[in-house]
Design a protein around this ligand. Structure first.
Ligand code: GDP
Length: 198
């Protein structure tokens, strides 16, 4: 059975100082509108566990979901939403950076990028933030259904190539994903299960 299957809402916090103590957690991060909430809902087989927003980037809560067995899934605020003033955006990028760099219980990071617009500057910044921890990042190229089979293959190869140099310093893997078509669920479940088993 999928490790995401019994997820229940645990808590919401607005400040890093309020993060609950956990033993192990995996975090989901991505640009606003990348498909993060949809991915969480799809993986947990719930329609509304994470809120699929009509106005992405407005809410900047950190949501914790209990996966059972003292394991947690963390839904981090989306970054890069154009309609939020720059100082606010910069502040949140900083907070994300602090979380990624210092959170001891964070065993791995799921980075969600729209397969049509991968590897934006802020995505690379998230990889940099987490890079020093030496812990693994798994990238979901989301909304893969919006690409043809051929485009999917090409995009996957292109992203892998772009990350090849980085992969020497930081464990990073990448896969195609579609919440709409439920594509790639087994792979991400396996990756996260392996992280928790470490
Ligand atoms: P978030 O801001 O990263 O949480 O993104 P959301 O999950 O709210 O999704 C943003 C938009 O992309 C919404 O309109 C979703 O319906 C759409 N979307 C999300 N995942 C997929 C997908 O797998 N396929 C398609 N075609 N659209 C998706």
């Amino acid at each position: 059975m999928s490790i995401f299957q019994n997820a229940t809402f645990y808590t919401t916090v607005n400040h890093l100082k309020d993060l609950p103590p956990t033993r192990v957690e995996v975090a989901f991060v991505g640009r606003s509108n990348a498909g993060k909430s949809s991915a969480i809902n799809t993986l947990t087989n719930r329609t509304r566990l994470a809120y699929v927003s009509k106005t992405p980037g407005r809410t900047q809560h950190i949501n914790f979901f209990d996966l059972g067995g003292e394991r947690f899934m963390v839904d981090l605020p989306g970054y890069g939403y154009a309609q939020v003033p720059e100082p606010v955006r910069a502040h949140w990028v900083q907070l994300l950076g602090r979380y990624l760099q210092t959170r001891q219980s964070l065993v791995g990071l799921i980075l969600i990028m729209d397969a049509r617009h991968p590897l934006k500057d802020l995505d690379l910044q998230m990889l940099d933030f987490f890079g020093d921890t030496g812990r693994p990042v798994h990238i979901l190229l989301s909304k893969a259904d919006k690409l043809s089979r051929q485009e999917q293959t090409k995009t996957l190869a292109k992203v892998k190539q772009a990350l090849a140099e980085r992969a020497e310093r930081q464990p990073v893997s990448v896969q195609l994903f579609s919440s709409l078509k439920k594509q790639g669920m087994d792979s991400v479940e396996k990756v996260v299960a392996d992280w928790f088993a470490l």
